[in-house]
Design a protein around this ligand. Structure first.
Ligand SMILES: [Zn+2]
Ligand SMILES: [Zn+2]
Length: 138
């Protein structure tokens, strides 16, 4: 069993892992309550600004951004609030990357996949060639 200090209140707690790794159960509960409040506030005020939320809800912009990155909190398309794509800095409404970067990454993955397969094929052919060469010698 691992005991840690809560990052928020300093209390010692039994570390169990999970999303809020550095918080004690009391602070996790409080944060969850806060999340529900913020979520409701955003739903009721779809065009509110980041300042309005942080002031009304007494929560830091960083915490709000974290929820957005986790895709737990979503803003309406016409909301003034957005967070920056982690790759190109374009404003997005949720997650970590904009659609263009997501597509580019998917393509990169495909290219990588193809490249790996080409190498494998080339090597297979080469090793086959070596074997034949070897057999020829026998
Ligand atoms: Zn705590
Ligand atoms: Zn992007």
């Amino acid at each position: 069993m691992e005991v840690r200090n809560c990052k928020n209140c300093g209390r010692l707690f039994n570390y169990i892992g999970g999303t809020y790794r550095n918080l004690c159960p009391v602070c996790i509960d409080a944060l969850e309550d806060k999340f529900q409040e913020v979520k409701k506030y955003v739903e009721d005020n779809p065009r509110c600004s980041m300042n309005e939320i942080t002031e009304a809800m007494d929560v830091s912009p960083r915490q709000i951004e974290k929820w957005v990155r986790e895709e737990r909190l979503c803003f309406a398309d016409d909301s003034p609030i957005g967070i920056a794509c982690e790759s190109c800095g374009k404003m997005i409404k949720s997650g970590r990357f904009c659609d263009a970067c997501k597509n580019a990454m998917a393509n990169q993955m495909n290219n990588l996949y193809n490249a790996v397969h080409h190498t494998t094929d080339a090597e297979r052919i080469r090793s086959k060639g070596n074997k034949m060469h070897f057999l020829d010698k026998e």
